[in-house]
Each structure stands twice: as C-alpha cells, then as structure tokens.
Design a protein around this ligand. Structure first.
Ligand code: ATP
Length: 271
C-alpha cells in the first residue's frame, strides 16, 4: 500500500513536471483526408517539450496518419491532404511554403520495421550528413560516434563501423535508424511502433533509450503495447475512429480515465 502511494506520488510529481514544460507542438482543428475519406477528425491538443507522448488506440483509428502529418510524410501519399494547423514554434508546418527537407531534419521519424540502408554502419549515418553539407572526415567521425552513443549502440559497434548495417540484429538495426535520425540534430522524434518487430530484450533497450532521449528531445510514439505506453510515456492520447477521445497524463489515462471508451480500450474490452 505504502509502495503504491509512493509510486503515485512519484508519478504525479512527474506529470506536474511535464505540464510545466513548454509546448513544442500545438495542434489545432487538424483533419486529415485520404481522398474523400476523413481519417483524423478535427483534433486539437498541445504536445510538451522533453516529454514522451504516446498515441494509443485500435487499428485504423488514425494514429499513424496523425504521426506522419507532423513531418509532412503524408505529402508522399497521393490524395492525402490536411486541414487545420500544426504549430511548431511560430510556424504552421502545414503551410505550402514550408521547406520539407529542413522540417524533416528538425522533426525526424523512425518506422516500425528497421530500414537501414544496405551500406556500412558508418555510411548509414554519414549518408544524410553528407547530403546536408557535412563533408570533413573529422566532423563526420565525431558525429557518427556522437549519434551512436546517443542511440546506445556505440559500444556494440565501435570495432565494426565498416561492416554492413545488415549484419546487425533487428534491435541493433533499429537503434542504428534512431542514430541516423539523431545525427540530423532533430528536436522532435516521431516513432511509429519502433519496438513492435523486436524481441523482448531489444524492446526493453529501446524503451530505456526513450527515457534517456527525452532529456534532449521531444518524443511522440505510436504503440499498441499498453504496458509500454504506461512505462515510458508522460502523456497519452487515445484515438478512436479518427477522434481524439482523451488526452491526459499517462497515469490518469491508465488509472482513472474520464471517458468510458478509454476505460474500455485500456481494459481490453475492445480493439
Ligand atoms: N495510404 C492510405 N490511403 C488511404 N487510406 C489510408 C492510407 N493510410 C491509412 N489509411 C486509412 O486511414 C485510416 C487511419 O489509418 P492509420 O494507419 O492512420 O491508423 P492507425 O491507428 O495508425 O492503425 P494501425 O494501428 O493499424 O497502424 C484507416 O481507415 C486507414 O485505412
């Protein structure tokens, strides 16, 4: 009982700390369509800096569609369009004149399935850096090491940087993809079920990494794993049929949600 109370105190303190953080993204009346079909229905909420925000909800409820809109990846899908605003600092990133290359450097994305390039571990990281203008070997070496350290992969690969990335395990490949994204010095990391294709040990490493990375970045993660959401996130947004049903401190969502639909979902009654 005392342990339970202590646990709540710590979690409540954590929620207060997160609420004190400024907002990095402000979503206003955001709707997203594929042709005539509306996949996200006029959602509005604010995302805190240096927090892990989990997006949960049953399959097809619009989580990934929303996540992809934050760095305009839906632009690559013919017929997809968004209405409303996603304010990133003072910029509505949905504006037509936004520089998408710069946007995707600031708001990086990691996908469900690890997708390293069929190149060496080293070149997976330098590929984008060279494209972005970093050419000096000393600078590249330093950035490779820094990114791999941040992704908790350096110790495992420092002696084999010129081996193929495809020789790494699935979990290592996913951390390499995270390192590749971190090398672009983003402020926001979008993660679409980054651990769902991995074994439990790799999964635990990715979770540990998230908790470390949120000190420096703001993280938004789609997950189907309720335990994972409750372990690593500060805030949770519950989506259903394209609606944002509830958004609150993770502890509140998982212990005393205000909406019946949220309670039904987290207790496994549907989805
Ligand atoms: N490229 C696309 N073209 C047309 N419709 C799409 C496309 N991608 C998603 N949709 C539709 O938009 C709705 C939301 O899908 P989305 O993938 O965002 O849901 P999700 O909550 O992320 O699901 P999951 O948990 O299964 O990944 C679904 O009805 C889906 O069929």
């Amino acid at each position: 009982m005392v342990a339970e109370l202590e646990r709540n105190t710590v979690l409540d303190g954590g929620a207060e700390m997160v609420n004190a953080q400024p907002h990095i993204l402000k979503i206003r009346d955001l709707s997203i369509y594929y042709g005539e079909k509306r996949a996200v229905n006029s959602i509005s909420f604010d995302i805190h800096q240096h927090a892990v925000t989990a997006l949960i909800g049953p399959s097809g409820c619009g989580k990934s569609t929303f996540l992809r809109s934050i760095n305009r990846m839906n632009d690559l899908i013919p017929g997809a369009r968004a209405e409303g605003e996603i304010m990133y600092e003072d910029l509505n990133i949905l504006r037509g004149d936004v520089n998408l290359v710069e946007l995707r450097k600031e708001i990086g994305m990691v996908f469900q399935k690890p997708n390293p390039f069929p190149k060496s571990i080293y070149n997976n990281i330098t590929h984008a850096l060279k494209f972005a203008g970093t050419k000096r070997k000393g600078d590249l070496d330093q950035l490779v090491e820094e990114s791999l350290r941040k992704a908790a992969l350096w110790d495992e690969v420092k002696d084999r940087l010129h081996d193929s990335a495809l020789s790494l395990s699935g979990g290592q490949q996913q951390r390499l993809c995270i390192a590749r994204t971190l090398a672009m010095k983003p402020t926001v990391l979008l993660l679409d079920e980054p651990a769902s294709a991995l074994d439990p040990i790799s999964n635990a490493k990715i979770e540990e990494l998230m908790l470390d990375l949120k000190k420096e970045y703001s993280i938004i993660i789609v997950t189907h794993n309720m335990q994972q959401a409750s372990r690593i996130s500060d805030k949770t947004a519950f989506f259903l049929n394209g609606d944002l049903v509830e958004y609150d401190a993770t502890e509140t969502i998982f212990t005393r949600p205000s909406q019946k639909q949220t309670e039904d979902y987290i207790s496994g009654r549907f989805g």
